[in-house]
Design a protein around this ligand. Structure first.
Ligand code: KG4
Ligand code: ZN
Length: 336
């Protein structure tokens, strides 16, 4: 079964999301309930609270997604997909169990989706006819990976972070600067008012392979602020952001050239960053290839990307077993 309506469910971290996508590309509905306010006063996601909040809101989110999709069949969808990892175990289990129960009661297939592969489907949802291979920079709160995607399901890992993820660096530096949680959008906003050349922060491994390192950068920000108490938050944020984006874009550019990419794409929460989007578009234009920059709502966690990846996996591998476990440490499925 490769066509039809798929209900996607995403609860791997702090967004409770459900969406209906038809034939892997047509988004009929996409509902995201964010827990940002719940976790903000703790300065980060509290796993126990996240799991409980998913339990409380998921039924409503799924009901809203089904209603907004305006499907009249019975059962309402042809399959149910849910994120099975990576993520917080207590959170993953909520969406995964609900998806299995719905699939069972409707008598339709269930398919488990890798959250990272879900992010890779975001550009495809917006540009279904794009040309392969793509170089994709997948940057989120938990991961920073540079991938050559030769087709859906065919991913080669070029590099990844050896310490902090890019989003994690944003969140930690934002907390240190007193910008609150989530840090990425706050730094992005503050940086817009600051001077990116006010401080020169390290660009780790800039010309060295495709791996990334961001933990030294975070330490350097802390040391600089200690030494320059007069520094404005805006200048520090802008200088930090310039260092992160310089490295991300330089490596993505080099990978696109080396692998003859026919497109350069961003995915994951940090792909919502305004400087990263602008610089990626400039590099793609310079290389004469298209840039695929999913809309901000498609970059951050959502269930449309899960439904799209689930639809493709279903056609390619068939349904998952109902005994499929949640795996907090799942990595991207690699296959050249
Ligand atoms: O993909 P995502 O929603 O969740 C994970 O799977 O991790 O990514 C969340 C991450 C957070 O670290 C957040 O600070 C970052 O994406 N982020 C941003 C921006 N918007 C979200 N980072 C930089 N600039 C942004 N505008
Ligand atoms: Zn994510």
């Amino acid at each position: 079964m490769t066509t039809g309506a798929v209900l996607g469910i995403e609860t791997s971290c702090d967004e409770t999301a459900a969406a209906v996508v038809v034939n892997g590309t047509e988004i009929r509905s996409s509902v995201v309930s964010s827990q940002v306010d719940l976790h903000a006063r703790y300065g980060g996601v509290v796993p126990e609270l996240a799991g409980r909040a998913h339990v409380e809101i998921l039924t409503q989110v799924v009901t809203d997604a089904l209603a907004a999709a305006d499907l009249d069949g019975a059962p309402p969808v042809d399959a149910v997909a849910a994120t099975c990892g990576p993520g917080l175990i207590g959170s993953l289990l909520v969406g995964l169990s609900a998806a299995k129960a719905l699939a069972m009661s409707w008598g339709v297939p269930f398919v488990g989706v890798n959250h990272l592969e879900g992010h890779l489907f975001a550009p495809l949802l917006e540009a279904p006819d794009l040309e392969w291979p793509l170089v994709v920079l997948l940057v989120s709160g938990g991961h920073t990976v540079l991938v050559e995607a030769r087709a859906p399901g065919r991913y080669r890992l070029l590099g990844q972070t050896i310490d902090d993820a890019a989003g994690e660096a944003y969140d930690k530096v934002a907390r240190y600067l007193g910008l609150g949680y989530p840090g990425g959008p706050a730094i992005d906003r503050a940086a817009g008012e600051g001077d990116p050349s006010a401080f020169t922060f390290p660009r780790a491994l800039l010309d060295d392979g495709y791996d990334f390192s961001f933990s030294g950068l975070k330490t350097s920000v802390v040391r600089t602020v200690d030494r320059h108490p007069e520094a404005t938050t805006e200048d520090v944020a802008a200088s930090f952001q310039a260092a992160v984006v310089d490295v991300l874009v330089a490596k993505a550019r080099r990978a696109a050239v080396e692998h003859g990419a026919k497109g350069l794409s961003l995915a994951g929460g940090v792909a919502a960053n305004s400087l990263l989007r602008r610089r990626t578009a400039e590099v793609a234009q310079e290389l004469g290839i298209p840039a695929y920059l999913p809309g901000r709502a498609m970059c951050t966690d959502n269930a449309a990307m899960v439904a799209a990846a689930g639809w493709w996996r279903l056609g390619h591998d068939g349904p998952s077993e109902l005994s499929l476990p949640a795996d907090p440490n799942l990595f991207l499925p690699l296959a050249g």
